[in-house]
Write a protein that binds this ligand. Structure first.
Ligand SMILES: Cc1cc2nc3c(=O)[nH]c(=O)nc-3n(C[C@H](O)[C@H](O)[C@H](O)COP(=O)(O)O)c2cc1C
Length: 243
């Protein structure tokens, strides 16, 4: 059972994660303190966080299970002490997607991709159209040509790769993609998404890309896979979360 606001532990924050599709009726039984509810667009998971690492590990777990995270929200924290102040600073950054009400202004979004035969490039361009349709500026470029400093300076970043592996095992992002991520500057909590195009299965490649981006300081809030030259379902929701 999720605690109500008044009963929260000091410094804790309620969160809500929307995922695509229906999860099994007892999916959340194994996730301590998390409740699930069917909603029209998928399933809503909600619970309470004591720190950001819990949110990241929950998102990582969902993604490793192949569950598409459409969006998440974190409520402003309970007043109390240093831990709370740290959380509040982070919650007020746009990186949290939806925090306290803020005035919306266009963002500069950088999309970079690696593509061998053009599918990922086309998916990236379709994603850029969605970003621009939402009123933001968007640059799109290959990881082989893009300037890591310019990408690091964007307000939000999407990094994509085609899926390379043995079709059912050993999937990974390309060396060029992972090398590009390593060359990014400190991303300081920037909202970031990872994506790939694939044919059969993507394994843990998106989680590995996300982990590498987190090492650069990114706040990875989206993970998308497309089986073709199109933007993945749910990418528009991620764009909306930018404000
Ligand atoms: C050498 C090679 C390995 C691949 N391995 C996988 C794989 O393990 N899993 C998968 O789903 N697709 C795999 N694919 C398919 C590609 O990921 C997919 O066609 C992708 O959309 C190609 O993107 P691109 O056109 O941007 O290069 C592989 C393709 C190639 C050429």
């Amino acid at each position: 059972m999720v605690q109500q606001h008044e009963d929260r532990q000091p410094g804790s924050q309620h969160f809500r994660i929307w995922v695509q599709g229906r999860l099994g009726e007892h999916f959340s039984d194994g996730l301590a303190g998390i409740e699930q509810e069917d909603v029209p667009a998928g399933t809503l998971l909600r619970g309470e966080l004591l720190d950001q690492s819990q949110l990241h590990s929950t998102l990582d777990l969902l993604r490793s299970l192949g569950i598409d995270v459409l969006r998440f929200e974190v409520d402003p924290p309970q007043e109390s002490g240093d831990a709370h102040r740290r959380m509040k600073e982070t919650a007020e950054r746009p990186a949290w997607g939806t925090g306290p009400d803020t005035e919306e202004s266009p963002m500069n979004v950088a999309i970079v991709y690696d593509s061998k035969t053009g599918t990922t490039k086309a998916a990236a361009e379709a994603m850029a159209e969605i970003v621009r349709a939402a009123g933001h500026d968007c640059t799109v470029g290959s990881v082989r040509d893009a300037d890591p400093a310019a990408v690091s300076a964007a307000d939000a970043i999407c990094v994509g790769s085609w899926c390379k592996g043995l079709f059912f095992v050993f999937q990974h992002a390309t060396k060029a993609t992972m090398g590009f991520i390593d060359g990014l500057g400190g991303l300081d909590g920037k909202p970031t998404a990872v994506f790939c195009t694939y044919k059969t299965a993507v394994g843990g490649m998106l989680s590995k890309m996300a982990a590498q981006l987190r090492n650069r300081g990114a706040n990875v809030t989206g993970s998308f896979k497309s089986r073709g030259p199109v933007a993945a379902d749910g990418f528009g929701v991620w764009v909306e979360s930018l404000g």
